[in-house]
Design a protein around this ligand. Structure first.
Ligand SMILES: *Cc1c(COP(=O)(O)O)cnc(C)c1O
Length: 354
């Protein structure tokens, strides 16, 4: 039996995408060859790469606005350094909203001066700081749109004239926001787009080429853009599977279509957390993530019973991250509403038993 997969990452992908992707391993498009045994310079793969890049730009509503999409390697973690390499001249401002922001700050600090414009570390990152200033003479501002571990999400973004960079690893393609307010956005594929192994980076071209440092070729966005995202051998399977997911998303009415489903899932989940006296939410209500819901039992003695019930219902991977504890339900684009219904049912069943 297929499980209800609430994994935080790598995470659930649409069934039809998994099916098509697995077929391509044995025989890509009746070519008599596997997708992973052909040249990345073959027309077949170049077409896949171009389609994936174009779909990303189209779905984000960034067509004709000077952006380029790249499918790179090294994960979102490599972007922590790459962003700084390409944009940092003197000083940049970072919003610290969790473990991933903290890591982004640490890497950028290797290169130059980083200033934390605000942080919610004092409250174990259970909220998003607001009302901070971003100095206008900084090179860029960096934030994390969704904090996968803590279950908080930025509902709005600051206005600033300096370039804005956003780590969107765990909520890209999940909601209709104005993506053109960002100059660089990046996301590891494995949360909301595809298998691990590639990272989508969307760059506004005209912010590049302004730093005086020498940038090693593999770290240089301009080189990747000039090479059509094929500076070196790309992770062909991860890019293909991401492309299939983006096609699937387009078929669902794009981001607006999926947003409606995501809102239904999140409101069902949070209303159970709020109404069921056995559970309490971790994140501040106004900052709750529609992707990762974090919650705890109010009575730890029920943990064993609850965990057994979850297991029996085929509910997988709702354990919280070790830095938060409790539970975390990740409700990425591909998670069906029925899976959330199944989880909520177990939660209310626990209430009737207790
Ligand atoms: C998972 C995650 C990362 C790390 O991604 P890698 O691809 O493993 O480097 C970074 N930022 C956020 C917000 C994440 O959720």
């Amino acid at each position: 039996m297929k499980k209800h997969n609430f994994s935080a990452g790598p995470s659930i992908l649409p069934q039809e995408v998994l099916l098509k992707a697995s077929e391509s391993i044995m025989d890509y498009n009746n070519s008599g060859l596997s997708l992973i045994e052909i040249s990345h310079r073959s027309k077949d793969f170049v077409d896949i790469m171009e389609k994936a890049r174009a779909l990303a730009i189209e779905l984000l509503g960034l067509e004709g606005k000077g952006y380029k999409a790249l499918f790179l390697q090294g994960g979102a973690s490599n972007q922590f350094l790459m962003v700084a390499m390409n944009l940092l001249e003197k000083r940049a401002g970072y919003l610290n909203t969790g473990a991933w922001s903290t890591k982004a700050i640490k890497e950028a600090k290797m290169l130059d001066d980083i200033y934390e414009v605000a942080s919610s570390a004092n409250a174990n990152f259970n909220y998003i700081p607001k009302g901070f200033d971003i100095p206008s003479d900084y090179d860029y501002f960096h934030c994390t749109s969704n904090n996968t571990i803590f279950g908080t999400q930025m509902k709005s973004f600051p206005k600033t004239d300096i370039p804005m960079v956003c780590d969107m690893s765990s909520d890209i393609f999940s909601r209709t926001i104005d993506y053109s307010q960002f100059d660089i956005l990046y996301a590891g594929a494995q949360k909301n787009m595809g298998p691990a192994g590639t990272t989508l980076v969307v760059v506004k071209e005209d912010i590049l080429g302004k730093v005086s440092r020498k940038i090693p070729s593999i770290m240089d966005y301009k080189k990747h853009i000039a090479a059509g995202s094929m500076f070196n051998t790309p992770p062909v399977f991860a890019v293909y599977t991401s492309m299939l997911t983006l096609e699937w998303l387009k078929g669902k009415g794009g981001i607006a279509g999926i947003e409606e489903e995501n809102e239904k899932k999140a409101s069902l989940m949070y209303s159970e957390i709020d109404l069921n006296p056995l559970f309490t939410g971790f994140a501040a209500k106004e900052d709750r993530s529609n992707m990762n819901a974090t919650f705890n039992l109010t009575n730890e003695n029920l943990k064993e019973t609850f965990d057994t019930m979850l297991k029996e219902a085929g509910i997988s991977a709702v354990n919280g991250h070790r830095s938060v504890g409790g539970y975390r339900a990740s409700m990425y684009n591909a998670l069906p509403l029925d899976s959330v219904k199944a989880l909520v049912e177990v939660m209310s069943e626990l209430e009737s038993k207790a």
